[in-house]
Design a protein around this ligand. Structure first.
Ligand code: ADP
Ligand code: ZN
Length: 732
């Protein structure tokens, strides 16, 4: 493999007077490549052009002056310029900035900005079928269903028609050949509308009004909108969106998990009379193309999306909102490794526009930026209307343990019973999918492990499978122990949500139950359906993972039981306590949202821990202050900076040799500390052996500079890989 970083080849200037230009391709290459501009083509910075690369044609963007580092004979010509608005200057600066900060190839970042297949395919209409002459062929039962499906509407797109009629696409194409169906052109329906900022919003409370008035001013810079769940943060930032629309600019809202946004979309549509554009992985190719182009043209006024929406080519972005800004889902862990919240702040800064970060439990980083005056601060102190914050109690599992082989303590059982008796809903929260996190042999102690990863196999009893949650490996549960061959000796160890649901079923057989995890809530439609069932009280007991924690309104839910509050605290993650606080606080916020009082029971083996005490007392700020003190003392973020370097390869000895070599060349200087190489907690992942370095620097030392110097001469061989993670959030 080549060097990770571009080397500075001396320019080999050519005397010819050709016009040359640098074109960046959406590929993980070192930088822009030089191309010749043929006569008859005029290009400007940002123009989309088609250029040859090897034997292919690739779409690229005119990025800058030529580097003149290639002999003329080797240069190729631009093939065509795409007639389309150019990639805006801010987008280009942003891409360069992100690449530079994350130490990734600019082309890899550009790829995120162009992540749409056939971006420029002209399309005015879409193929659909209408009824032709049914008598021109035999009318079988399935063909009749097709004709029936078309009885109600003038035409339907092929996929939709096949689904409605329950036939395969080949039935349709055969009917079209025979003339029983006609191919017609359906006009394209835009996947978004034109939100109307003049529609009235709700009557805001004085505190909400004050916050909204501040945001409407639209000062450039970052504002933290801090308020408990249900305090009306969404209503308040809707006012900022309305103001942005009135100024004729585009607004972007980043949400951590797009699968959970159905309620958000409904609220937005109700407030503004039309749905926003959406950007996430579940869009169809057509929706992506239409949305992408509409963003570039400036027609899509509001976009809501997952982190990748940040890289869309906004023509005139006027506002960015990052909702639930503390969520780790904003960190992208593969490909270009970046933190979308932080990059949103950068994007806002480049464009000199406002950025709003909203959360009930802001990240420590953001709080620090408020305290040091870098971010503005707006606070909504109370829940809207009569809703009160729930009472939180700790259950000390050492004093009141659950019976053997069960996980619900006597106080929690009693609280569930009382809740069900009042015909209210209860939620049991455990952030662990499946039935049991570990299966072991009672005879010899053997533990079932993934063959590709250093991780236990998780039993999923409903599926009848053992699964690795890291690589997707699956196997049926073994009938006998693979180590000692004892029959029927394999036993589940520890609880997952399925097992807690089993216990709840035994205790409360008459209560209806629903398990909500990423396994049962597969995709936005399914998720929305399950959430609706809960909201409309079609189930009594919900057992769920963190998927349940995020901003939903369940008016009948009055009890939340946290089955294992200590779960996230083990391991060496510097944000473990902070994250536990955020997650459990958010889960607790599901209880008692309407006029019913809520109760939260938190089961823990160590109630004296500051995080548990803070949850109990609802004293966020004191807990944050303690956490911040610890981080300051340790020089950890936000008081110092971190970067991780992860080596991996198929051969553990080779990875170790490479690690030793890197360690020898590691920088030593004031304000810099290099820890490692150490085996990663996931020392084996997808068959690759992994070692980690952690670079820790003082706040005034940029880890990028240190890494560039350290790693610029390093070449990786064979299948060795070196990944860099600036501001790491995962230490696995
Ligand atoms: P947050 O985003 O802080 O969790 P929301 O904006 O979702 O809070 O508000 C919580 C609930 O209260 C929502 O159902 C919202 O519509 C309602 N709500 C908040 N403020 C008002 C208001 N001023 N008038 C009417 N309903 C409101
Ligand atoms: Zn695995």
């Amino acid at each position: 493999m080549a060097s990770l970083f571009a080397s500075n080849t001396p320019p080999a200037l050519d005397p010819a007077t050709d016009r040359r230009i640098g074109v960046l391709l959406p590929l993980p290459l070192a930088g822009a490549y030089d191309y010749l501009v043929p006569d008859g083509i005029e290009v400007a910075l940002g123009d989309f052009v088609e250029v040859p690369l090897g034997s292919r044609s690739v779409l690229g963007v005119v990025w800058g002056d030529a580097k003149d580092d290639v002999a003329r004979a080797k240069l190729k010509q631009i093939e065509a310029k795409i007639e389309m608005a150019p990639l805006p200057e801010i987008s280009r600066r942003f891409i360069d900035w992100v690449a530079n900060y994350c130490l990734s190839a600019p082309g890899a970042v550009l790829k995120m900005a162009m992540s749409v297949g056939d971006a420029f395919k002209p399309e005015r209409s879409i193929k659909a079928y209408a009824i032709g002459d049914p008598a021109s062929g035999q009318v079988t039962a399935s063909r009749q269903r097709v004709l029936d499906a078309l009885g109600e509407v003038p035409s339907m797109q092929p996929g939709e028609l096949a689904r409605t009629a329950g036939v395969t696409p080949s039935v349709l194409s055969r009917m079209a050949e025979l003339g029983q169906l006609r191919v017609v052109a359906q006009p394209l329906a835009k996947p978004f509308g034109r939100p109307d900022p003049d529609l009235p919003g709700p009557q805001l409370s004085p505190a909400q009004r004050a916050a909204a008035d501040e945001l409407i001013q639209a000062h450039a810079g970052v504002t933290l909108l801090d308020g408990v769940t249900g305090s009306g943060k969404t209503e308040v930032y809707f006012e900022a969106i309305a103001a942005c629309l009135k100024r004729g600019k585009q607004a972007l809202i980043l949400l951590p998990e797009i699968a959970l946004t159905t309620q958000w979309l409904e609220r937005f549509t109700e407030r503004f009379g039309a749905p926003p554009g959406q950007w996430h992985s579940e869009l169809t190719g057509l929706e992506r193309r239409l949305t992408w182009r509409a963003v570039l043209r400036g027609d899509a006024k509001v976009v809501v999306g997952a982190r990748s929406a940040l890289f869309l080519p906004y023509r005139d972005l006027g506002l960015i909102i990052v909702d639930e800004e503390h969520e780790q889902a904003f960190k992208q862990e593969d490909g270009v490794v970046y933190q979308a919240r932080d990059m949103a702040v950068v994007r806002g800064h480049l464009a000199q526009i406002p950025v709003i970060l909203a959360s009930a439990t802001p990240s420590l980083e953001t709080m620090h930026n408020v305290e040091t005056g870098r971010y503005r601060f707006l606070h909504l102190p109370d829940r809207h209307g009569p809703a009160q914050l729930p009472e939180v109690r700790l259950v000390d599992l050492r004093r009141e343990p659950p019976p053997r082989q069960s996980w619900l303590s006597p106080p929690l059982r009693e609280a569930i019973r009382a809740t069900l008796e009042r015909r209210e809903q209860a939620l049991l929260f455990l952030n662990r999918r499946g039935y049991a996190p570990l299966t072991l042999c009672r005879a010899c102690g053997h533990r079932l492990q993934c063959p590709n990863c250093s991780a236990w196999l998780v039993e999923h009893r409903y599926l009848g499978r053992l699964q690795c949650h890291h690589c997707g490996f699956e196997s049926p549960p073994p009938m006998k122990c693979p180590a000692c061959s004892a029959e029927g000796s394999m036993a589940a160890c520890g609880p997952g949500v399925e097992r807690v649901a089993e216990e709840a079923a035994a205790l409360f057989p008459e209560a209806s139950r629903l398990i909500l995890t990423s396994d049962t809530a597969s995709g936005p439609t399914k998720t929305a359906e399950l959430l609706r069932m809960i909201a409309q009280r079609e189930v009594d007991l919900v057992i769920g993972t963190q998927i349940i924690a995020k901003g939903h309104h369940f008016p009948n839910l009055t009890l939340v039981g946290v089955v294992d509050a200590d779960l996230g605290l083990s391991g060496g993650d510097l944000r473990a306590a902070e994250r536990t606080f955020q997650l459990l606080h958010q889960v607790a916020g599901r209880a008692g949202r309407a006029d019913l009082a809520g109760l939260v029971l938190i089961q823990t083996y160590d109630p004296s821990r500051p995080v548990m005490q803070a949850l109990k007392a609802g004293d966020r700020d004191r807990f944050y202050a303690l956490e911040a003190e610890e981080r300051r003392a340790a020089g950890m973020p936000p008081f110092g900076r971190l970067a991780a370097v992860i080596l991996s390869g198929g051969d553990p000895e080779e990875v170790d040799r490479f690690g030793t070599h890197l360690a020898r060349t590691a920088p030593h200087q004031d304000g810099i500390q290099v820890l490692g190489p150490a085996p990663a907690p996931l020392a084996l992942l997808r068959g690759r052996h992994r070692r980690r370095f952690l670079l820790k620097t003082r706040r005034d030392v940029a880890p990028q500079t240190v890494l560039r110097r350290w790693l610029s001469g390093i070449k990786t061989r064979r299948d060795l890989m070196l990944e860099i993670d600036i501001d790491p959030y995962s230490f696995m």
